[in-house]
Design a protein around this ligand. Structure first.
Ligand SMILES: Nc1nc2c(ncn2[C@@H]2O[C@H](COP(=O)(O)OP(=O)(O)OP(=O)(O)O)[C@@H](O)[C@H]2O)c(=O)[nH]1
Length: 230
């Protein structure tokens, strides 16, 4: 029987960097030049046949760039297991904001062992490279390592460049964290409710009622939202 994993992934970054476009390209294979700012948060779901025994339900949370200074973000971040942190290659200010977004992420959600949730850095709109800031950017290879990103990609939602590759990289990283956790629990016998590791252990989001509930064993969630301080 196939196992199901529900993964909540955040897509964060400044206003207009292309978060919605990246999600639409990935989930629906479409792109629009038309810009309509996201209000609050939007969701998209993609189901992946990850391997012969696992189906991944990837829940992409499209968080409005304008929410950066809002009070709602802690709720959005809760129970996330990974993030795409996006900037626009043609706007330096959006790159300068990357560390604020990464800091925000790390301060609001962490793995149960206290480590940061996996995050991949996306330099979006690479089709506009000729108007871009490439010479002004630090080497993203070094930058992404230094600030704890799993990896980085130059992407274009418009041309469909590296969108699949970047998201697959993030999911791989999340799944390997999951495997490590499952292994640790199996060897320590910590998870009493799921002796054979076959139930869904991540939070579920009901798309019909828009309510969150826990799937499987609530005692062994792999992510732990930090305490609310708001
Ligand atoms: N050339 C080019 N334009 C892009 C790309 N991705 C997004 N855009 C354009 O950039 C604008 C903003 O894109 P959105 O996807 O709405 O940006 P967002 O980050 O979701 O914006 P907020 O919801 O306001 O935070 C739109 O006009 C898109 O068509 C890309 O890869 N290349």
């Amino acid at each position: 029987m196939q196992r199901e994993r529900l993964l909540k992934v955040l897509v964060i970054g400044d206003l207009g960097v292309g978060k919605t476009s990246i999600i639409k390209r990935y989930v629906h294979q479409v792109f629009s030049q038309h810009y309509r700012a996201t209000i609050g948060v939007d969701f998209a779901l993609k189901v992946l046949n990850w391997d012969h025994k696992t189906v991944v339900r990837l829940q992409l949370w499209d968080i409005a760039g304008q929410e950066r200074y809002g009070n709602m973000t802690r709720v959005y971040y809760r129970e996330a297991v990974g993030a795409l942190v996006v900037f626009d290659m043609t706007r330096l200010s959006t790159f300068q904001a990357i560390l604020k977004w990464k800091g925000d992420l790390d301060s609001k959600v962490a793995l149960s062992n206290g480590r940061p949730v996996p995050a991949v850095l996306l330099a979006n709109k690479c089709d506009q490279r000729h108007h871009g800031l490439c010479p002004k950017l630090p080497k993203l290879e070094n930058f992404s390592k230094e600030y704890g990103f799993v990896d980085w990609y130059e992407t274009s939602a418009k041309d469909n460049t590296n969108i699949d590759a970047a998201i697959t990289c993030l999911v791989k990283s999340i799944m390997s964290v999951e495997e490590e956790r499952a292994l640790a629990e199996a060897t320590s016998g910590a998870c009493k409710g799921d002796p054979d590791g076959s139930v869904l252990v991540l939070p579920r989001f009901d798309y019909n009622t828009k309510e969150k509930g826990l799937g499987g064993c609530s005692g062994c969630l792999s992510i732990k939202p930090k305490q609310d301080q708001d």
